[in-house]
Every structure is written in structure tokens, then in C-alpha cells.
Design a protein around this ligand. Structure first.
Ligand SMILES: [Zn+2]
Length: 128
């Protein structure tokens, strides 16, 4: 997020000063402290925080579980090539993150890792 926009001598970047200011503002926010604070405040209010692996959440169909990059027609549109399920891609990602959180709560870390392994195996079978 805070990558330099300076570019190279042959190909200089645009709006370097503005990007530099944005970088300073981003780095001043202390993002590293965000996660522990979120964990602390959530527990303080009686909630629970689960960090789930985000891989393939926007490529996995919540209807049938099919994982494919082809499910993403565009940045905003998700359409499953297997069962025809359609929704906004961000909504699909949120559904999958929520589902992984529920799996983590119900079955623990081991079950989530096992299901992620199966999803990754499906993806590597499709790409080979
Ligand atoms: Zn599907």
C-alpha cells in the first residue's frame, strides 16, 4: 500500500509528491497495532476475533464449493462456472470468510487447515 511511486530514471513516476505524502500518512497510522487493538477491544466487548486465511475466498463458490479463477467474470461479478450461482464478488468473498470463521469456531484450526488443503488440491488439479 505504501510502495514508492518514484519509478526509475528512464520511466519516472507521476504524482510522486502526493504519493509520498499518502505513504507517510499510511505509515503514521501504526497498522501493526491495529490487529492487537481489534482483538483486545472485541474481547472487551464480549466478542471473539478469528483470523481466517483469505486465499481463494473470492474464487470459491458459496453454493457448490467449486474453486476457479474463471468464477470471477470481472472485478465485481462472481458467476460460478459449475452451478451458475451469481453474486457480487465482494459479497461472495465476505460469505466465504464468514463461513471459514464459523468452521474455525466449530471445528478448530486443524479442520480449517484440512479444508484449505483440499481446496488448494482442487485448484492445483484444475491448473495442471
Ligand atoms: Zn457453484
Amino acid at each position: 500500500m505504501s510502495k514508492s511511486a518514484a519509478g526509475t530514471a528512464e520511466n519516472p513516476g507521476k504524482n510522486v509528491a502526493a504519493k509520498s505524502g499518502l505513504n507517510k500518512a499510511i505509515l503514521d497510522q501504526g497498522w501493526r497495532e491495529f490487529r492487537p487493538q481489534l482483538d483486545y477491544k472485541t474481547a472487551w466487548k464480549g466478542g471473539m476475533l478469528f483470523a481466517v486465511p483469505p486465499q481463494y475466498t473470492s474464487q470459491t463458490c458459496p453454493g457448490c464449493g467449486h474453486v476457479s479463477a474463471d468464477n470471477r467474470q470481472s472485478q465485481a461479478v462472481f458467476a460460478c462456472v459449475e452451478c451458475g450461482y451469481e453474486n457480487n464478488a465482494d459479497v461472495v468473498g465476505a460469505i466465504n470468510v464468514k463461513e471459514r470463521g464459523h468452521r474455525l469456531l466449530a471445528c478448530g484450526d486443524g479442520a480449517l487447515r484440512l479444508s484449505m488443503k483440499q481446496e488448494l488440491a482442487e485448484v492445483s488439479q484444475l491448473s495442471s
